[in-house]
Design a protein around this ligand. Structure first.
Ligand SMILES: [Zn+2]
Length: 86
C-alpha cells in the first residue's frame, strides 16, 4: 500500500477504520448510500453536499471525518470502534 493512501479517518476525537466508518457511522447520516460505493465515494459525495473541501480540511472532525495517511498514524493507533490496528 502506498504511503499516501487513506489509512484511516479521524472522526470526532478518535481514529476509525474505513469499514467501521462505512458500516457504523455513515448509516446514521442523512444521505443515500449507493450500492457498491466505497467509503471514499460516499464521503466525497457528502462533502460536496455540505460544501466541504476534503483536500483542505478546515472543517471540524466533529462535523466530518478527516482522512489520515499511514504516515500520520502511530504504531499504537487502533480503530476506536473495532480496536483493529491499521
Ligand atoms: Zn474499525
Amino acid at each position: 500500500m502506498a504511503h499516501l493512501d487513506v489509512a484511516a479517518y479521524f472522526y470526532k476525537s478518535g481514529t476509525i477504520c474505513a469499514r467501521c466508518l462505512r458500516d457504523r457511522i455513515i448509516p446514521a447520516w442523512p444521505i443515500r448510500r449507493p450500492g457498491g460505493a466505497t467509503t471514499e465515494n460516499i464521503l466525497d459525495e457528502y462533502a460536496k453536499t455540505l460544501g466541504f473541501d476534503r483536500d483542505r480540511p478546515a472543517f471540524s472532525s466533529y462535523k466530518f471525518p478527516h482522512r489520515m495517511t499511514y504516515s500520520e498514524l502511530m504504531d499504537s493507533d487502533r480503530c476506536y470502534v473495532c480496536r483493529r490496528k491499521f
